[in-house]
Design a protein around this ligand. Structure first.
Ligand code: AMP
Ligand code: MN
Ligand code: MN
Ligand code: MN
Length: 284
């Protein structure tokens, strides 16, 4: 296992809010030079069998993956799980509970948007949903772009569906403790996803990392699509401060929406230990 490996351990399929199927993602990853892949759909592991099969077909080493939505000090943070047993009953049930409530949230978002003059968004968003248990804000964003309310999905988030905006509905996701326990209980390794995106204060961020470690979390995403050079340096520093392994993943969702394609990322900084080192026995 080399330190420099084109691992892409974070992306999404139509099983959550990506636009490609697992069968389309695997050959795309392979063509982009990815040497170790994981499909990490939001709150859902229903795509793992397909991803394992598609990776095998493409000759691509694979780790099972998921990205769990967590509510921590009233903020939403994402925890990636890697290399777990995707048939583990507690993990399957915990994720099922975490998905619950998305439907209701979506209807409430749609009602709020109707009040500001944009009707029928729930029905419109459904056209983009690949998994009825996983209606996401991304599907809303795609529909609002389709009807010309905004030019791109990013703009929809900024103007309509982030905190303080008319279509935002607060939601309680899993607890940090449960998310980490479901993953580690299934033999996997838990990783804090894209910490540079959360806008936490320094104290809140310290609390997040400290609690995450206390629950058995072992990794942090250092190189990811939403991070820049300053984040790489900062979170590589957190790896030594908190004794964490470093992960690397594009967070690819779509060829037209994502600015970072599968495998198109800088290498991990030299100072860190990659998450894939202790996971070698779990490759498919
Ligand atoms: P949800 O889990 O339904 O709240 O949706 C969260 C998803 O929305 C994230 O996983 C991203 O894929 C997407 N997202 C969040 N913020 C933005 C943004 N500013 N621009 C584009 N997509 C975003
Ligand atoms: Mn997403
Ligand atoms: Mn995320
Ligand atoms: Mn993601």
């Amino acid at each position: 296992m080399t330190h420099i490996l084109n691992a892409d351990l974070h992306c999404h399929s139509v099983v959550s809010d990506g636009t490609l199927t697992p069968e389309e993602l695997a050959p795309r990853a392979k063509a982009n030079g990815v040497a170790l892949w994981s499909l990490t759909d939001h709150d859902e592991i229903g795509g793992q069998e397909r991803a394992i099969a598609a990776a095998r077909q493409a000759g691509l080493p694979y780790l099972t993956g998921v990205e769990v939505s967590v509510t921590f000090v009233n903020a939403t943070v994402h925890i990636i799980g890697l290399g777990f047993d995707h048939t583990d009953p507690a993990l399957v049930e915990g994720l099922r509970q975490t998905r619950g409530g998305r439907e209701q949230r979506a209807r409430a978002m749609s009602d709020d948007l109707a009040r500001v003059g944009i009707p029928g968004v729930y029905e419109g968003a459904l056209k983009y949903v690949g998994n009825p248990e996983l209606i996401s804000r991304s599907h809303f964003a795609r529909y609002l772009v389709e009807i010309g309310v905004c030019k791109e999905t990013n703009e929809v988030f900024r103007k309509y569906i982030t905190e303080g905006k008319p279509g935002f509905v607060a939601h309680r996701w899993a607890t940090l403790r449960n998310a980490v326990r479901w993953i580690t209980g299934a033999g996997g390794l838990a990783v804090i996803a894209h910490p540079g995106r959360y806008n936490l204060t320094a104290n809140e961020e310290y609390a997040l990392f400290t609690e995450f470690k206390a629950h058995g979390g072992q990794g942090v995403e250092v190189v990811t699509g939403a991070h820049g050079q300053a984040d790489y340096v900062k979170y590589a520093g957190f790896c030594s401060e908190f004794d964490l392994l470093a992960s690397r993943g594009s967070d690819f969702h779509s060829p037209t929406e994502s600015h970072t394609d599968l495998g198109k990322l800088p290498n991990l900084p030299g100072s860190v230990t990659p998450v894939w080192e202790p996971l070698a026995a779990r490759f498919h």
